[in-house]
Design a binder for this molecule. Structure first.
Ligand code: NAD
Length: 485
């Protein structure tokens, strides 16, 4: 197949593209048209073996290099990603269907931020000295070894970098399996890392579905698994990793609350609700999809929201004027349509949207339901599409109990002008990532991750270092050693 989006080969192993057409074909579909734009092949056992063994071998020398040397390569890769931002954003848009307007500021740029941040941090990673009278101890911060990264389809470049950058900074090697729905972007990340000077074998990409992910997780050579995906997949991967006590990071799904009090700046609150429900057509794990609005401002909120949604521009996501793209796949569109039907059946009030857009591809209208109650399916389950559930509340105590009444705990947000209340509310949230008067910002300097069933571990910031390295403690006796006999 020849097309501008067709990669050189399906996999990237030991510093080069590798093909093995014995693996089952995976068609890559442009979500805006439904057209096949590339084809890759799932990794065979032989490809998986090659990827893991080349990573295992390369990691030994990489860990011996100084942090400064490792970091320099990552920072060079960050520069290259920024220089190639246009080309990478076009590819991200083909892979995911997200508008270029988004991908040009949120994907390769976010990946570059991670490479730059962890590239800078690599040289600062140290253990500590602990004085024990005349004796002393010290700790060495050591890599975990061979890390496996498994990605979801909504942010393929970002996920490949958020996992790869801290892993490499700490002296690990990585084998990354992108989602089968968006296999293209991670190959570019691998290519750029190696062009920036990364020794062969340290960042390998293999394609495939869940069975390839499971084979990677089960391999005895693997020391750590970092998954971004749904809760059911997380439970399987966590259990498989437990068999050989592998380290894990789990970035899973959510059904996050966004609380809007009646003293909030209403315009800002509407912006927060839009960003937290309709960015990337709602395919964001941390989205604030349960929007609790205090009773007095409910109707003004809905009016202003409906007005603002007139600014949605659907169309070819490669057109920089377009600000709303399709669902990533026909399957995801059908799942979301199912939830919209459930919302209607269970008695929610459809304020706007609710239908497929009259165009090719997997486009759904941005959809807002009001009069949603806590027991409705659309208020309980992760939809992962452009469907906002608006619920009303009267008191802070009531809304906090309702906001936390979920198995998920990824993110949560509050809009209010009362700062004491804002911090009190955030302290009460059972969620890993919280927002005051904003929603969904995820700078690399801030830890990101979930509590409860939304995950374990943290990505980004200094916190990620704890999940890609381990401490070795060394006791040094300077005094005479006594024994009882
Ligand atoms: P998914 O769980 O279906 O798949 C995620 C990845 O896991 C894919 O690469 C898939 O091939 C792989 N996989 C599936 N079964 C596996 C198994 N048994 N062993 C190993 N790997 C396996 O998720 P998705 O549909 O690709 O993505 C959407 C989900 O991801 C949503 O629930 C969303 O909330 C979540 N997500 C979370 C974050 C976060 O940071 N918390 C970010 C983005 C998406």
């Amino acid at each position: 197949m020849t097309s501008p989006t067709q990669p050189t080969a399906s996999h990237f192993i030991n510093g080069t593209y590798v093909e093995d057409t014995n693996g089952a074909p995976i068609d890559v579909i442009y979500p805006a048209t439904g057209a096949v734009i590339a084809r890759v092949h799932s990794a065979t056992p032989e490809i998986i073996h090659q990827a893991l063994s080349s990573a295992k071998a390369a990691q030994v020398d990489w860990a011996r290099m100084s942090g400064t040397e490792r970091g320099r390569i990552l920072r060079r890769a960050a520069e290259m990603m920024r220089e190639r931002n246009h080309e990478l954003s076009v590819l991200e848009t083909y892979d995911t269907g997200k508008p270029y307007q988004e991908t040009s500021v949120a994907d390769a740029t976010s990946g570059a931020d991670a490479l730059e941040y962890f590239g800078g941090m690599a040289a600062t990673l140290t253990g500590e000295h602990i004085q024990l009278g005349e004796d002393w101890a010290y700790t060495r911060r050591e890599p975990l070894g061979l890390c496996v990264g498994i990605g979801a389809w909504n942010y393929p470049t970002q996920i490949a970098c958020w996992k790869g950058a801290p892993a490499l900074a700490c002296g690990n090697a990585m084998v990354f399996k992108p989602s089968e729905t968006t296999p293209l972007c991670a190959l570019k990340v691998a290519e750029i890392l190696h062009e920036a000077g990364l020794p062969a074998g340290l960042y390998n990409v293999v394609q495939g579905l869940g069975d390839v992910g499971a084979a990677l997780v089960a391999d005895a050579q693997v020391d750590k698994v970092s998954l971004t995906g749904s809760v059911p997949t997380g439970a399987k991967v966590y259990a498989a990793a437990a068999g050989s006590i592998k380290h894990v990071t789990m970035e899973l799904g959510g059904k996050s609350p966004l609380i809007i009090f009646d003293d909030a700046d209403l315009e800002a609150a509407v912006s927060g609700a839009i960003l937290g429900n309709f960015y990337s057509s709602g395919q964001v794990c941390s989205n604030g999809t349960r929007v609790f609005v205090q009773k007095d401002v409910l109707e003004p909120f809905l009016e202003r929201l409906t007005e603002r949604l007139k600014g949605v521009v659907m169309g070819d996501p490669q057109d920089p004027a377009v600000n709303f793209g399709p669902m990533v796949s026909a399957r995801q569109m059908q799942i979301v349509e199912g939830y919209i039907a459930k919302g209607r059946q269970e008695g929610a009030r459809l304020v706007t949207g609710g239908a497929r857009a009259a165009r090719d591809g997997f486009f759904l209208e941005p959809t807002v339901f009001a009069d949603v109650t806590d027991d409705m399916t659309i208020a309980r389950e992760e939809i992962f599409g452009p469907v906002m559930a608006v619920l009303s509340f009267e008191t802070e105590e009531e809304v906090m109990a309702r906001a936390n009444a979920t198995e998920f705990g990824l993110a949560a947000g509050v809009f209010t002008r009362d700062l004491v209340r804002a911090h009190r509310v955030v302290a009460g949230f059972e969620a890993g990532t919280c927002y005051i008067n904003t929603y969904n910002d995820a700078p690399v300097e801030m830890p990101f991750g979930g509590s409860k069933m939304s995950g374990v571990g943290r990505e980004n910031a200094k916190a990620a270092i704890e999940h890609y390295s381990q401490l070795k403690s060394v006791y040094v006796r300077m005094t005479e050693l006594e024994a009882p006999f």
